[in-house]
Design a protein around this ligand. Sequence first.
Ligand code: SIN
Length: 328
Amino acid sequence: MRKLTAGLFMAAAMMTSTVALAADPIVIKLSHVVAENTPKGQMANKFRDLVSERLGGKVEVEVYPSSQLYGDNKVLEAMLLGDVQIAAPSLSKFKKYTKKLQLFDLPFLFKDMAAAERFQQGPAGQKLLSSMKKKGILGLGYLHNGMKQISASKPLRVPADASGLKFRIMSSDVLSAQFEAVDAVPLKKPFSEVFTLLQTKAIDGQENTWSNIYSKKFFEVQDYITASDHGLIDYLVVTSTEFWDSLPSDIRGDVKQALDEAIEHGNMIAAQKATGDRKAIEKSGRSKILDLSDAERQQWVDAMKPVWSQFEGAVGKDLLDAAIAANN
Ligand code: SIN
């Protein structure tokens, strides 16, 4: 009788925990480093809202913006450990896992965002989504931010103006080579430190998109911004293969659909902000925007483009050729 009671008790306990498990939603933590009023911030919030509308009770998305949870150098490790399920680092921040994505940092490679989009959606760009699968990272899609500009404490019209100045860069060897090519001093620092480094004049400048310069107020602590469009900041929205494979297939399909729509929304915001945030900075009068003449811009191209040959081996000629072809 005692055995029977214990058995019944255990069965009841197991049933209760199964019910509790079934009732627990799958939590997707999405950690990023930028402000909410940016393409990435808006994409993340849209994803959270779409999942809540369509999968409420089954899946819950928690968004952590502005490096609240993890800075950009830690988020991929956290994702592989299962502390975060989705991240969207800039394409410049994957060098520990693949050298191929260094392609996106090559200066003056894509003439505009439409060219980058053509490459990303073409066969070579799509293949890159699974280039880190063996390391446990799966690319779910590309998200745009925009073309990069160079801000500084002094006017930069030609490469010689940057000589000897210290620039914060993302953790990318290509970007390091790019600034060394103009005799400047590149410093790899997390995004969360840029404002303070500029404010305290520990560095002289940085490169970023109009949206990041505006939303993180870099324009308030930099006197000049050179409208150089010399590169881009785009993101790879990633998950861990372990987490992705663990999702029931119907849920995985619905989550992917919501993410695709959120990325489309983020890309629309990116296009708006590329012009809107530039105008807002102009209107503030806090930072002077320098537009380059064709001859001035050509000097930057001539100085920086030789960097391509340093990285062609690591990136792969096929990939480089496909990116160049996307400009036409
Ligand atoms: C980001 O847009 O996610 C950050 C870019 C940067 O580190 O400069």
